[in-house]
Design a protein around this ligand. Structure first.
Ligand SMILES: Cc1cc2nc3c(=O)[nH]c(=O)nc-3n(C[C@H](O)[C@H](O)[C@H](O)COP(=O)(O)OP(=O)(O)OC[C@H]3O[C@@H](n4cnc5c(N)ncnc54)[C@H](O)[C@@H]3O)c2cc1C
Length: 372
């Protein structure tokens, strides 16, 4: 007889783990993960930044609501700091002045900087190319591994079961239950949560539902040496005002991304040589540093719904099929509050946000908006 759960979550990335941690006190919960380790895909490949000014208003609201969790996590969640302060510095060339004015108008807490002040923040910036900047002091580096492990520890200590190397291959609804089939086992569950990241639409299809148009876009990251004899640890994350590149310190090296968004099928994403070359070219166009060699590179998938808002809620086309997908480039920084919203919709319980704040956000992230 298949084991029966109240909820089966598909995917042990940050989405599945954060929700599992919240649901475990409400019933019997299983997380099924196809890889041999949790966080192997997008979650383990992020740039690990917390940027409350990033994304559309819905994303910004949910990210902001997550901040208190990162600053004061629950007891026994972790013994390290989850959020380390780091400024974000938006930079613009002469031809990007309009973008800079528009950002400063819509984000009142940013402080404008002229070209002469840019090199006080990041000495390698080339002020022959860059003419203005804006500093956001609200950002920081996230310890993604500590966050993921903290959620999984909460989940397991509450009695949750995590089954690795368990790819979900079929989902079938009987009268009152989902039958969830993996390559080796079969489980029953009243509710299935689709937290499968880049595979979210494929999971819906295996349940007989059309996908919602959640598209994985590949993003590349390279690590290069920092300038010699320079302490870069306090440099801000420097980001092009039109998000053509960003770079930031990463454990003594410089992490650079060309901020690429290449359409990709769900897969174990690998960096493309051309994207690596573009990363270096864009970095060198705005700095005086010549990159000698690339120490490491990787790529990951950021999966977006067409309107770039999250997809969280029950699917109205089927009983007990719940979406927690479309986290795009914001899935780590928004995870505590997005899990809180999901837990509220699934069980009525919530810990981080007020019921009013949750209800205000629900229509903007509901799957219904993407179904014709
Ligand atoms: C280069 C890069 C930089 C980023 N930078 C940031 C950043 O600075 N800040 C930020 O907040 N976010 C950032 N992101 C985005 C963030 O990483 C994602 O939004 C987030 O990790 C998504 O989490 P997830 O759990 O939805 O997806 P994933 O981590 O991909 O987890 C989904 C899981 O589902 C599993 N799965 C899929 N299909 C099945 C199946 N059939 N059966 C069982 N399991 C299955 C997969 O194996 C996977 O482990 C970045 C992403 C990238 C790629």
């Amino acid at each position: 007889m298949p084991t029966t759960y109240d909820t089966i979550i598909i995917g042990a990335g940050i989405a599945g783990a954060s929700l599992g941690a919240q649901l475990v006190s409400q019933g019997r919960v299983m997380i099924l993960e196809m890889e041999k380790q949790p966080g192997y895909h997008s979650t383990g490949r992020s740039a690990a930044f917390f940027a409350p000014a990033y994304g559309n208003k819905v994303v910004r609201d949910i990210t902001t609501a997550s901040e208190p969790f990162f600053r004061r996590p629950p007891d026994n969640f972790t013994d390290v700091a989850l959020l380390h302060p780091r400024e974000a510095l938006f930079v613009a060339r002469q031809d990007q002045c309009e973008s800079m004015s528009s950002l400063l108008t819509k984000t009142s807490h940013l402080r404008a900087l002229d070209a002469t002040r840019l090199t006080e923040k990041v000495p390698i910036l080339d002020t022959n190319v860059l003419v203005s900047g804006a500093v956001d002091k609200t950002g920081g580096d996230l310890d993604v591994d500590a966050i993921l492990q903290g959620f999984l520890r909460q989940f397991r200590s509450g009695g949750g079961e995590l089954c690795l190397d368990s790819k979900v291959v079929q989902l079938k609804r009987t009268n009152d239950m989902w039958i969830v089939r993996t390559k080796n086992a079969e489980y029953k569950s009243a509710t299935v949560v689709n937290a499968a990241g880049a595979w979210a639409d494929s999971i819906a299809e295996s349940a007989g539902l059309a996908g919602l148009g959640i598209k994985p876009l590949r993003r590349t990251v390279v690590l290069v040496d920092a300038p010699e004899d320079t302490d870069i640890s306090d440099w801000p994350l420097t980001i092009d005002i039109d998000e053509q590149f960003y770079f930031k310190p990463d454990a003594g090296q410089l992490l650079i991304s060309p901020a690429d968004e290449s359409p990709e099928r769900p897969c174990d994403a690998q960096p493309d040589e051309l994207d690596i070359a573009i990363a270096i070219e864009r970095f060198q166009q705005v700095t005086v540093l010549q990159v000698q060699k690339i120490n490491h590179s990787w790529a990951g998938l950021r999966s977006f719904a067409p309107d770039r808002s999250f997809v969280t809620g029950f699917d109205p086309r089927s009983t007990g099929f719940f979406w927690l997908a479309g986290q795009g480039g914001y899935g780590v920084q928004s995870s505590p509050a997005l899990a809180d919203i999901a837990a509220y919709l699934l069980t009525g319980s919530h810990q981080l946000m007020s019921r009013e704040a949750i209800e205000d956000l629900v229509p903007s992230i509901a799957p219904d908006r993407l179904i014709n």
